[in-house]
Design a protein around this ligand. Structure first.
Ligand code: FAD
Length: 527
């Protein structure tokens, strides 16, 4: 019962409404709304809440056209408002049009089918019920385009791409992709019915659904996706060069100043997204040892233990160059041999700088990002390298289960994750990040029972962070936060079940083990 009223939290991708906010939110809203009036004691509402959250996550990018809300009628504060809105049963689903200027209790959805795909399609239908006058301002047209609208695009130069989804009249893919791309600039998506035979023939398309792309430079071509499903089309379009998420206007994000990297703003270097770069990993270690740790004058107690564990894990698992591994091992031996309960940071720095340099062991001299380059100095860099490092370490632990033998972390499937958790909580400069990560760890880390599960746990949590940060200030417009790996990197990782995107976790695990393996780490720019 401690959970009462907490079926939904601020972390969920939906809006929690109350008697204080309901009317002012719905009245003259620039977007349409779909609100679930529920009761926190109704068993069915509790069982349904994961579906509702999944739906809200699935249509998060539609929020300039239609938004998802919840209101708890079991909360004393909301008794009156639920009466006023004539809510008799729970859950009750109500649609509210955009720009309603009179008091409106909305339209109830009475269907028995509350599956995500059905409700999502109803949302599309509901949007289309708006008239030209009350059309949500941010919502692009959803009506099919005609041959005569598309034909002139052939050979035409433009400042944006136009993607055309050719499909059956009953299909929702085109409209869903239009809405998915709504928060992105540089891309216009249109839907064309496959009854437009002339156009189909002109573009050489024989089966629907299909997608066609008109490039800004005036060229055009069929869109080559492995599966002709919504998620593949949308992902493909979001990842095109020049397509960016529009800058968020209001939402402020946690201060990132503490973790800004030090790289000079050099020219952008080309890199391959399907590779991991040693230079990022080494720069991350360099920054961690020389900058992040330096803010702690002495290490003792939890800090010292955390640092020792961290050095143990990297010394044993880091698939680095021989000189770097040797450096880490020297550091570890030194830490273990010291009977001190307190180590001044200066001593660690000394060791890293002098002794190791003399013996020819070294890390890169400065931070330099390649796969973790940002479009500006404040973006990506160090936090990106830290994620990458821990993914590499979980994968190494899974492929070399004996690597931690004879250390304090022996035989623990959670060794890497706990070390990461301790490190992030104790040293990571971004405090907010640490707090969020600790919450996620408390919630589910203890369920991890094997080294493979540890690999998947970190992947899942990283995606959770990506989802939370999509569209926020810390998102680099050149590198939009997506659910990863994207279909271009791993087509078999993605499936569709009842119209909802699902992961094939066996495939994801296999992909992660390959992507973050030593064999996939490129030595480019390491000197
Ligand atoms: P990153 O998210 O840093 O990812 C780096 C690379 O990892 C990607 O380029 C991709 O190749 C790969 N990748 C992406 N997703 C996955 C996945 N699911 N599994 C495996 N590999 C993947 N910033 C905030 O503003 N607020 C926070 O609360 C916050 N919490 C954080 C918590 C932790 C533990 C860490 C390490 C960082 C946190 N950050 C937070 C920073 C943020 O997550 C990003 O690291 C930062 O914004 C840089 O983003 P990026 O585009 O380089 O991609």
């Amino acid at each position: 019962h401690g959970q009462a009223g907490r079926l939904y939290t601020e972390e969920d991708p939906l809006v929690i409404l109350t008697s204080d906010t309901l009317k002012q939110t719905l009245f003259n809203s620039s977007t349409a709304w779909l609100v679930q009036f529920y009761s926190s004691w109704c068993g069915h509402c509790i069982q349904y809440s994961p579906t509702w959250k999944a739906l809200a996550g699935d249509v998060k990018d539609w929020s300039q056209a239609i938004r998802i809300g919840v209101l708890d009628c079991a909360h004393e504060k909301n008794f009156d408002i639920c009466k006023e809105f004539s809510i008799h049963f729970y859950p009750t689903f109500r649609y509210f049009k955009a720009h309603s200027t009179a008091f409106d209790i909305g339209k109830t959805y009475r269907g028995a089918d509350r599956e995500i795909q059905t409700v999502r399609q109803l949302m599309v239908n509901f949007l289309q019920n708006h008239t030209r006058r009350d059309w949500p301002a941010g919502c692009p047209p959803l009506e099919p385009a005609r041959t005569e609208n598309i034909q002139p695009l052939i050979g035409l130069k433009s400042d944006h791409y136009t993607a055309v989804i050719i499909e059956d009249e009953e299909s929702y893919i085109g409209r869903e992709v239009i809405l998915d791309l709504m928060p992105y600039e540089g891309m216009v998506v249109k839907r064309v019915l496959n009854s437009e035979k002339v156009l189909m023939e002109k573009l050489g398309i024989s089966t629907a659904p299909a997608a066609y792309l008109f490039y800004p430079n005036g060229t055009h071509a069929g869109m080559d996706v492995q599966k002709r499903i919504r998620f593949f089309f949308s992902s493909f379009l979001k990842l095109l060069p020049g397509v960016h998420r529009k800058q968020p206007s209001s939402v402020q994000q946690p201060e990132q100043a503490a973790i800004k990297d030090q790289s000079t703003s050099e020219l952008f270097k080309e890199f391959d997204k399907s590779k991991v770069y040693m230079v990022d990993l080494e720069s991350g270690l360099h920054y961690l040892l020389r900058v992040e740790l330096a803010t702690h004058k002495t290490l003792e107690g939890v800090e010292l233990k955390t640092f020792k564990d961290f050095v143990t894990v990297v010394a044993k698992l880091f698939p680095g160059r021989q000189s770097v591994v040797k450096l880490l091992e020297t550091l570890l031996e030194w830490l273990i041999s010291l009977p001190l309960e307190k180590i001044p940071y200066e001593a660690i720095l000394d060791l890293a700088n002098n002794k190791m340099r003399i013996s020819g062991l070294h890390l890169s001299e400065r931070v330099q990002w390649l796969g973790c380059q940002g479009s500006s100095v404040a973006l990506r860099g160090y936090p990106c390298s830290l994620w990458t490092l821990f993914h590499v370490l979980t994968v190494q632990a899974a492929s070399r289960p004996d690597a931690l033998a004879n250390t304090a972390l022996e035989d623990d499937p959670l060794a890497v994750l706990q070390t990461m958790r301790q490190y992030i909580g104790t040293f990571f400069g971004c405090r907010e990040c640490g707090k969020h990560f600790e919450e996620m760890a408390q919630e589910s880390m203890s369920q991890v029972k094997s080294l493979d599960e540890a690999v998947l746990w970190l992947w899942r949590k990283h995606n959770q962070v990506n989802a939370r940060l999509a569209g926020s200030m810390s998102e680099d417009p050149m590198f939009p936060k997506t659910q990863w790996p994207t279909p271009d990197l791993c087509p078999t990782c993605h499936e569709e079940q009842d119209g909802l995107h699902v992961w094939n976790e066996d495939m994801v695990l296999a992909f992660l083990k390959k992507h973050y393996s030593a064999a996939n780490i490129s030595p480019k720019y390491t000197s």
